[in-house]
Design a protein around this ligand. Structure first.
Ligand SMILES: [Zn+2]
Length: 295
């Protein structure tokens, strides 16, 4: 994990809430985080899971993602990017990678259509094979890297605000997907946005070795308490961590997987190492991902 914060990062540039403020004053107690970014590696090759706005910094702080002089002036050990949605926080980094570097981008037909309708993305198509779009269909496994199989899981039909006009005629199960990454060693389920823990998702979790789960909000009304008039967590596609039907309660019966929360919003009290909420999460057998951690 190269970044673990939700949109805006932590602290967020225009936020003076108690947590952002604490993070600026006491970064040991309340550690700053880059925006969500993951990378899958196998045999010296790497594929990014989404491309967030902090990507350049994340590559520069991760030697295995950097170009090597012995391979010529322009090169990258990054083969491609898997997109789990068209959310700006998951795709802005693509626009930072427009230095004529050939890359593969795996996306559902719906996400592909939304992005390529935007003229910004024409900057990614200035030379042949600059971006090679590869169709990723839900529930159809494909080889992402040598020895690593990837399967997209349909998560939600909710398109980002800027792309609402694509809702009509949109293929179901393609707006937001989760990813199952499987090798001979382990199965990881990567789901940074979970609007509902369905039976089929629960089954995926139950058979995984590691699950990376939406930890955006601690409580359903967290945003409203910070700023009246804002939506509930569930209204914007995130099951909160706490509560009778929250993430922890609905997954209390899981035995096998390591359970890790990712995609933490700057309002989430588990960001504070001294909070009771954080203690409750850890006591419940969950981990809280840190930038740089390994799943
Ligand atoms: Zn804040």
């Amino acid at each position: 994990m190269l970044g673990t914060a939700a949109g805006g990062g932590f602290p967020q540039w225009n936020c003076a809430c108690a947590l952002c403020d604490l993070s600026r004053r006491n970064p040991v107690r309340c550690t700053p985080r880059l925006q969500l970014q993951a990378v899958v590696s196998s045999g010296g090759r790497n594929v990014l899971l989404n491309a967030g706005p902090d990507l350049r910094v994340q590559i520069e702080s991760t030697p295995k993602l950097q170009p090597q002089p012995e391979r010529g002036r322009r090169n990258t050990p990054v083969d491609g990017i898997v997109l789990t949605s068209a959310d700006l926080d998951q795709v802005l980094g693509l626009l930072l990678m427009r230095e004529f570097q050939p890359l593969r981008v795996y996306a559902t037909p719906l996400v592909h259509r939304v992005l390529t309708a935007n003229s910004f993305f024409r900057m990614m198509e200035r030379v042949p094979q600059q971006l090679t779009w590869i169709t990723m269909l839900p529930n159809e496994p494909f080889e992402l890297l040598p020895g690593v199989q990837c399967t997209a899981l349909p998560m939600s039909d909710e398109l980002p605000h800027y792309a609402k006009s694509f809702a009509e005629g949109a293929e179901p199960g393609q707006a937001v997907v989760g990813l199952v990454l499987a090798s001979s060693e382990k199965k990881i389920v990567y789901t940074p946005a979970v609007g509902e823990v369905t039976d089929s998702l629960y089954q995926e979790y139950a058979t995984a070795d590691v699950i990376a789960v939406d930890g955006t909000f601690w409580s359903n009304d967290e945003l409203q308490r910070a700023q009246p008039g804002t939506p509930l967590a569930r209204q914007i596609g995130h099951v909160p961590i706490s509560g009778e039907d929250g993430m922890m309660a609905s997954m209390a019966g899981l035995e096998k997987p390591r359970r890790v929360f990712v995609h933490l919003n700057n309002t989430n009290p588990i960001l504070d190492r001294e909070s009771g909420e954080r203690s409750a999460v850890l006591a419940g057998g969950w981990e809280i991902a840190e930038d740089g951690c390994l799943l």
